[in-house]
Design a protein around this ligand. Structure first.
Ligand SMILES: C[S@@+](CC[C@H](N)C(=O)[O-])C[C@H]1O[C@@H](n2cnc3c(N)ncnc32)[C@H](O)[C@@H]1O
Length: 388
């Protein structure tokens, strides 16, 4: 690896060397593959053994299972990595949490690793950070930008949702893309801006026009029309959408085309996805219900299947004459989305699987922590593309 004024160089045909921090179940790595970038993950880091089991199962490599806080600048230099991908814990910034931001112990490792950058002999050429909406106004973000600016990085920040990429899934997330000078971004007019539009990822911008790119969509609902229906993301489909008058336990599995993706455990225990009537009675008002022809569903959090309120949508498998809560929910065959279906909505590839030993709750918890490949892949393509 050569060093030239602190900028790591590589021969054109060599892959970019990438470090994947907070690797979880590998959403960043899948996104990198989907982006079609000539890149190689040289190490992944996560403290959670279950996440590492899943990562190893799918990628054949077990991430370094230690606290990122303990890494030193010398450790990082040893990897000779051009790019760092980071999706640190989001609890310090979530609306439901205490919003202690950088004062939250879970924010420490992220700040610590950023603070190492000026102490490395070979700072990364590029960084990519993912977090929840709320991060953009946090003091952690302010510190991150301060460190990056003083280490000669330029940034472009985004808030984007899968809904803007045709996926019927509301999961807006914050992203920071950083490149170290003399590298530069396409659309320099977007430098140091927070953008709410995916247009810079796809459009040539010869006139430097950024009309509306730095404004939140006026109405996220209008994006829904161009999304695919939820049905396209299901592994278990109802044989009929019409009301049968049943209790909703008569969900049938139309496995055509999807059978290879359904493991024995799921097929045999379809009943585990049925929402119990007692839960409907107690939590009806808090439930978010979608239908196979719906073009949106709510963000699945790591508490999906454990709690109802605000953790993700439920699927009505029996469509009443009048959709929604005006018809009895008890007769709509409510079920949870399966982990495979949540993975589909995260745009994970078909060959992604959980090992048998991971419980259903753990599957949902790990998926809830992960990210949308449909959103991250084009962002990574934008990060790695060279200014011509
Ligand atoms: C928001 S999730 C990232 C998930 C990942 N992007 C994915 O696709 O699954 C944060 C991850 O960071 C890990 N983590 C949190 N604090 C850590 C630390 N100090 N050291 C190492 N890993 C940590 C958690 O175990 C969790 O898997």
């Amino acid at each position: 690896m050569e060093e030239k004024k602190g900028l790591l160089t590589k021969k054109e045909e060599e892959p970019w060397r990438v470090l994947e921090f907070y690797s979880g179940i590998g959403g960043m790595r899948y996104s990198l593959t989907k982006a079609g970038v000539n890149a190689k993950v040289v190490e992944a880091f996560d403290i959670n053994d279950k996440a590492n089991d899943v990562y190893e199962y799918n990628f054949g490599h077990r991430p370094y299972q230690g606290n990122i806080e303990t890494l030193t600048a010398a450790d990082l230099d040893n990897y000779g990595a051009h790019t760092w991908l980071l999706s640190p814990p989001c609890q310090p910034y979530t609306r439901q949490g205490l919003q202690k931001q950088s004062g939250d112990a879970r924010a420490l490792s992220f700040l610590k690793i950023l603070e190492l950058i000026p102490h490395t002999k070979q700072p990364p050429n590029m960084l990519f950070v993912e977090n929840v909406v709320g991060f953009e106004t946090s003091d952690t973000r302010a510190k991150m930008i301060e460190i990056l600016a003083s280490s000669e990085y330029i940034t472009q920040e985004f808030i984007l949702s899968p809904l803007q990429f045709g996926v019927p899934y509301s999961r807006p997330r914050y992203f920071c893309l950083a490149k170290r000078k003399p590298l530069s971004f396409q659309h320099e007019v977007c430098n140091n801006k927070l953008l709410w539009s995916p247009s810079p990822l796809f459009e040539h911008n010869e006139n430097n026009v950024t009309d509306g790119w730095d404004q939140p969509p006026v109405n996220w609902d209008t994006l829904i029309h161009s999304c695919e229906p939820v049905e396209r993301f299901l592994e278990f489909k109802s044989s009929s959408n019409r009301a049968t008058g049943g209790t909703g336990t008569d969900v049938s599995a139309d496995c055509s085309g999807a059978l290879e993706n359904i493991n024995e455990r799921n097929l045999n225990t379809m009943s585990q996805y049925i929402v119990p009537l007692s839960l409907i009675e107690r939590w009806e008002s808090a439930m978010d219900i979608v239908y196979p022809d719906s073009k949106r569903c709510c963000c699945f959090t790591k508490s999906y299947y454990r709690y109802v309120k605000g953790t993700g949508s439920l699927l009505a498998t029996i469509q009443p004459n009048i959709k929604g809560k005006e018809s009895s929910l008890k007769k709509q065959g409510l079920r949870y989305f399966t982990p495979r279906e949540v993975a589909n909505l995260h745009s994970f590839p078909d060959d992604f699987q959980f090992p048998e030993a991971i419980s259903l709750r753990q599957c949902y918890a790990l998926l809830g922590n992960s990210l949308s490949v449909a959103v991250v892949a084009p962002l990574l393509r934008h990060l790695f593309s060279q200014q011509s």
